[in-house]
Design a protein around this ligand. Sequence first.
Ligand code: BGC
Length: 517
Amino acid sequence: MQITTSAAPWWQHSVCYEIYVRSFADGNGDGVGDLVGIEQRLPYLADLGVDSVWLTPFYPSPQHDHGYDVADYRDVDPLFGTLADFDAMLATAHDLGIRVIVDVVPNHTSSEHPWFHEALAAAPGSPARDRYVFRDGTGRNGERPPNNWVSVFGGPAWTRVPDGQWYLHLFDSQQPDLNWWNDEVHAELDDVLRFWLDRGVDGFRVDVAHGLYKQPDLVPRKRGDRLPHPMWDQPEVHEVYRRWRKLLDSYDGDRMAVAEACAGTPEAMARYIRPDELQQTFNFTWLEAPWSAAAFRKVVVDTFASVGLVGGTPTWVLSNHDVVRESTRYGGGPAGVARAKAAALTMLALPGSSYLYQGEELGLEQVDVPPHLRQDPAYHRGAEPEGRDGCRVPMPWSGDTAPYGFGTGEPWLPMPDDWAGLTVEAQQADEHSTLQFFRRALRLRREVTVGLPDQVQLLDSAPGTFAFRRGDLVCVVSCGSRTARLPDVAGELLLASGDGVADGRIAPDTAAWFRAR
Ligand code: BGC
């Protein structure tokens, strides 16, 4: 299948599937997912009906933060394959009509990056140190960190090197922050983008996009400090994205970037998607919302208000590799999965682009990984009491026992004993499975949302429900505890996430699409 172009850029309404590379499919039997494994499973994603995939970092890395610690931005880690494997995977994806976006990690490198080795070998004040944020310490002998900033992963954001200076790391100590006040850093990252664009990627997911610049005087934080924050969302960062936008636009094919930005206000978030900046920013408000019709309504209203400030298009995200899976957040068990399906169907009716996280289509729940097997640095540094490993357990593809067709080796995280019924194989054979529901939803989305307006009209609806209309598509989600009356405008039923839609009523934990009367 060829990728067709229409008037609207492809990313505006795409369903993008996040592939957590080390957990998707293991092609070489070492227990870790890889590019060959991804390529083999791309037909599955085409059949599922996604428009694009986002690949988490597969670059050479000591894997202290599973690839978000990059030692070489222009190659593939042998754990995941080779550049030739990448090219082959990309070509297959494009043949199947699937766009591919890759992660770029501009806030920090790995401590194994050659630049950081050079910095450690060089003297304080040297150009090599200036690519990172090195400072003298405080206290009589510089034995205390330069300021009181705290790492996102827990503990101080500074680590001391043998000659007594300290370097900044907003994440793990093996992820030193780059100094974006240094032009060489700009030139390097521009070149990295070009490297992957030249290979044919369709875009980037920009890790920690609100990071990069830190206030140069590194002011300490005071207890209860409100914005502006000295570590995040500095005004200068927008100049970077203006330049990156020009760079993206200099290529054909609507190349794009989606920012993982966490700025304090809707206005601050909208700044990342001004017409001359990045095309999208992840909208994490739904991912943070409880299972509640009122909360969902507020998410939709606030999102349109935010993107409307700059004429941007919304994105919708229920989960990713950093958070507890939504089926578990919504209560777990059959009700949790039913709610997750309902939330997904609601999200997929909305204008804009939806991001799915691998395993969401199987109704996977968070796994309780035994503490001694947890690998997440945020767990080991204390910021994440459970760690993020529980949403990163490898995908179950087939068979009755672990590793369920993920590969032939022992998977890098243990897979639950009771996943036989959740494998792709098992769910493909069951018309009523969560996977078949997602397939139907994505197919129907392609059929019925083409040409629909980019605005929604919120509808008055029964207590505990949230309903809206987009052109002649009506979507209703019921988060209440009892069966509720459907709005009168809900005509022919197109698809429901559960059985309980009949006689003008919708059961709890269910969403449905209707043709408007
Ligand atoms: C990524 C995380 C990673 C962190 C540091 C995040 O936004 O999604 O998985 O640990 O950035 O790079």
